[in-house]
Ligand binder design. Structure first.
Ligand SMILES: Cc1cc2nc3c(=O)[nH]c(=O)nc-3n(C[C@H](O)[C@H](O)[C@H](O)COP(=O)(O)O)c2cc1C
Length: 342
């Protein structure tokens, strides 16, 4: 019976007339979603849960993501070519409220130094009665005296940056070296090496520097086996995988639904750098698709703890490639297929 209902559901969902109507007329889109396709509901629900958490945290002055965003905006204001003599007036009070709240204590030391250094530079540069009021709060706070202001955390001219000596050909070779590997040797991946790769990947860009993601790593074989059975695309993996990374996005970093895709974008940029960093240490990997399906989402949450406002983005199988296994060549598009100009 259950199977029959499922079959009917699939038939309706794939009905070309219904799809065409839903794709062309908003009213049908709404009706279709309401009556035939609940797939998006989970995502929408998670989005509202996250948004409400964001607002709650902001009201309670505990919103670390907003503090990071505001400091980022101030830093950008300080580094633009024609710096305005006064800026950030509309959000400097909010920034100081967050900076002086207990949530600041949760932020890790390096980010704290960055924040203090940027605010220090801002208050040194901008004078206005509104800003002066906040400047006083800043200088009166304990953090300013307890955290060292260091030049390293203050923006610098590009010409003073240290350039590396990786040349294009070396980088190209690294990109070619990376292949999706689905069969690994029975060799443990050292957690220190994961940290090394993360130390490189963390320099990836992210919208307003919020970094709304983290990796949940699993190297317990029993747990890996349970988790790896959840997504649909794992049948090509012939042996056990030594380490599993689950990229988790945090939707509570955003005040508006318009930013709902950012955890996917930021997380993927981060993951690519992480994968390449692993490659430099001879460690292979393969991204595994995570399907946004209610039942497997629920099963995953029963195995590992993922907060309600967070969601899995992808799985990453990690390990040392079995040297005797074949690897798909997976030819890529031509460069000309990858670009248009003007
Ligand atoms: C978002 C994403 C999802 C993927 N999902 C799977 C998957 O479920 N199973 C799998 O075996 N490979 C998966 N892959 C790996 C792709 O099949 C692989 O990247 C592609 O075939 C190109 O091969 P290459 O990575 O060796 O260049 C995925 C890759 C990405 C980026």
């Amino acid at each position: 019976m259950k199977k029959l209902v499922h079959k009917i559901k699939i038939l309706i969902q794939n009905d070309s007339t219904l799809l065409k109507l839903s794709g062309n007329y908003s009213l049908f889109t709404h009706l279709y979603l309401l009556m035939f396709d609940r797939t998006f509901i989970m995502e929408i629900k998670q989005g509202y849960q996250a948004k409400s958490l964001y607002q709650r945290q902001l009201n309670q002055k505990k919103c670390t993501y907003q503090l990071v965003r505001n400091i980022h905006r101030i830093e950008k204001g300080l580094t633009v070519n024609n710096r305005k003599s006064i800026f950030a007036i509309s959000y400097i009070k909010e920034t100081m409220d967050l900076f002086l709240s207990p949530s600041f204590l949760d932020i890790k030391s390096e980010q704290k130094k960055w924040m203090v250094s940027i605010l220090f530079e801002y208050f040194r540069s901008c004078n206005d009665p509104v800003i002066d009021k906040q400047k006083k709060r800043f200088y009166d706070s304990d953090y300013v005296s307890s955290i060292e202001v260091i030049d390293e955390y203050i923006y610098d001219k590009r010409k003073n940056h240290v350039y590396n000596d990786v040349d294009y050909d070396e980088y190209l070779n690294l990109c070619k070296q990376r292949r999706s590997i689905r069969t690994f040797c029975d060799k443990t991946v050292d957690r220190d090496l994961i940290d090394r790769a993360l130390s490189a990947a963390k320099f990836s860009p992210s919208a307003c520097n919020r970094q709304p993601f983290y990796f949940e790593f699993v190297d317990d074989k029993k747990l890996i086996n349970k988790l790896f059975g959840l997504p649909y695309g794992t049948s090509g993996f012939t042996k056990e995988i030594p380490m599993l990374g689950i990229l988790v996005g945090d939707q509570s970093a955003f005040f508006d639904e318009r930013d709902r895709h950012i955890p996917f974008i930021d997380g993927s940029l981060f993951t690519m750098n992480f994968i390449n960093a692993l490659e430099t240490m001879g460690i292979s990997s393969c991204v595994v698709n995570w399907q946004s399906v209610k039942s497997i989402d629920r099963d995953l949450r029963a195995l590992i703890s993922v907060p309600n406002h967070c969601f899995p983005i992808l799985f990453l199988a990690i390990g040392y490639a079995d040297p005797d296994m074949f690897v798909a060549h997976s030819v890529k598009k031509e460069v000309t297929q990858l670009r248009n100009y003007n």
